[in-house]
Write a protein that binds this ligand. Structure first.
Ligand code: ATP
Ligand code: MG
Length: 445
């Protein structure tokens, strides 16, 4: 993409409404624009990042054997009356009437609709296990929408639902989600710690929330510092292997890690004092096992091996896709702007032309731009007729992990400068070597 043809409405002033850094930077970098309280338009670069995050979620869900689908945002109230949640949900649910006076709603989550799909089409235990998921907009009329996309009213969520014959199988589905989520967040450059959570209005037995540590997080968290040494890395897990998935769950959840909702002082006191940590965290996902709560209420049964009907065991598993942009920025920025991890960056590298209009410099930039694209990378070329300082300022603000700076002086000795946004370190390389280095970096992302 050429900056001169892009739509990147960078703000010069600091937006006053932003209370936390991620909200401020998302507005300043032209990623989002508020449409009304807690409701945002996603401008081209913000939308691109959102799509990258979705892509990672889809890839990791596919590895776990979960099936992507899409359910409507507007649903009839009938199913919600069946489960009893139409009244239970309260003011957070946006209720709508259609022209025939029928009660409709904007979906805050989709247990009812997916359970209805299941009961209509699945009748035998032989069709299990089954996990369906979607990435779809949700609406919750939050009392205090704030912090930009972190606590919106309309927000994008990955929500997945497992259907299993037995509790044991459903707990395996739970473990599979935990494993796939660990990898999902790491690919976004995040450490998200599974913490024992409270099941809240959805109700349930087993539940963990994934929290990213950040000063601006809304939850207070308590944990054993050893947990931050754990990484999932690039282990290959066979998602059908129950023992292997259970072992990962044990490894990542055996140490003390809880939010204020489930915190237990007496248990926490058993953690050696030097390892006890209190901090704040951002909830970026949650997994639930809730057994037959919905299948009982809505008659979702299958014929078991002995021919008798069995209510299926279910769970639901969510990732806050749009909230993740805020969480990643909270975890990765400096006083100049955002620092995107390679896994989610909107463009792989920025090209800064220090002397727009100078024939040799323009030609070198065009060459770099073409070679990067030919290698399957997606560069953003700042080809505007602007001062170098302004170009650097924009690049730092939008936070592409790598910048190639091209100027007449370097070109005389055959080099360009490759700079890491994270460390600020620069290296002089031939244009060919700069391209080769970027290819190598992104080959491992
Ligand atoms: P919270 O406790 O933050 O209100 P929740 O526990 O009600 O969230 P879930 O139903 O578990 O949310 O939804 C799954 C994920 O969706 C959450 O882990 C969170 O990342 C995200 N999410 C929930 N509410 C919002 C919101 N208002 N704005 C943006 N993301 C949200
Ligand atoms: Mg939650």
């Amino acid at each position: 993409m050429r900056m001169s043809r892009y739509f990147l409405p960078v703000l010069k002033e600091t937006p006053r409404e932003a209370q936390i850094v991620s909200h401020r930077l998302m507005l300043q970098a032209g990623l989002i624009k508020q449409a009304s309280a807690g409701i945002y338009s996603w401008l081209p670069m913000g939308y691109k990042i959102l799509k990258r995050i979705e892509q990672i979620v889809h890839e990791e869900q596919a590895k776990a054997g979960h099936l992507a689908m899409l359910m409507p945002t507007i649903q009839s109230a009938d199913l919600w009356r069946e489960s009893g949640r139409y009244d239970a949900y309260g003011d957070e649910m946006l209720r709508i009437k259609d022209r025939g006076g029928r009660d409709m709603l904007f979906t805050p989550t989709a247990e009812e609709l997916v359970t209805d799909i299941f009961r209509s089409h699945v009748s035998s235990y032989k069709d299990l296990p089954l996990t369906l998921y979607q990435i779809q907009w949700k609406f919750r009329d939050e009392t205090r929408p704030r912090f930009g996309v972190m606590r919106g009213r309309e927000f994008l969520m990955k929500d997945g639902y497992n259907f299993d014959l037995t509790k044991e199988d459903a707990l395996h589905a739970y473990n599979r989600h935990l494993v796939s989520y660990l990898r999902t967040y790491e690919r976004m450059g995040l450490q998200a710690i599974p913490m024992r959570a409270d099941s809240g209005p959805i109700g349930g037995d087993d539940t963990h929330e994934f929290l990213v540590l950040a000063e601006t997080g809304e939850s207070e968290v308590f944990y054993d510092s050893e947990i931050t040494d754990l990484t999932f890395g690039d282990r290959q897990i066979d998602f059908d292997d129950k023992a292997a998935c259970a072992a990962v769950l044990d490894e990542f959840t055996s140490r003390y890690a809880r939010t204020d909702e489930t915190h237990d002082e007496a248990l926490f006191a058993q953690v050696p004092e030097e390892r006890r940590r209190t901090a704040r965290g951002i909830e970026v996902g949650q997994i639930f096992y809730f057994g037959t709560k919905y299948s009982d209420a809505m008659g979702a049964t299958v014929q078991g091996p002995d021919g008798k009907p069995v209510a299926v065991h279910m769970g639901s598993h969510g990732i806050g896709v749009s909230r993740l942009l805020g969480a990643i920025i909270e975890a990765s920025h400096d006083d100049k702007g955002i620092i995107w991890p390679e896994g989610v960056t909107p463009f792989h590298a920025g090209i800064v032309n220090l002397r727009q209009g100078d024939e040799a410099t323009d030609a070198a930039c065009e060459d770099l731009y073409d070679s990067l694209r030919a290698a399957g990378l997606d560069p953003l070329y700042d080809d505007r007729d602007e001062r170098a300082g302004a170009k650097f300022g924009t690049m730092d603000l939008i936070g592409l992990p790598w910048r190639i700076t091209v100027g007449p002086r370097g070109l005389k000795s055959g080099v360009v400068e490759l700079t890491s946004r994270r460390t600020g370190e620069s290296e002089e390389l031939s244009p060919g070597d700069a391209v080769a280095k970027l290819i190598a970096i992104y080959a491992n992302v």
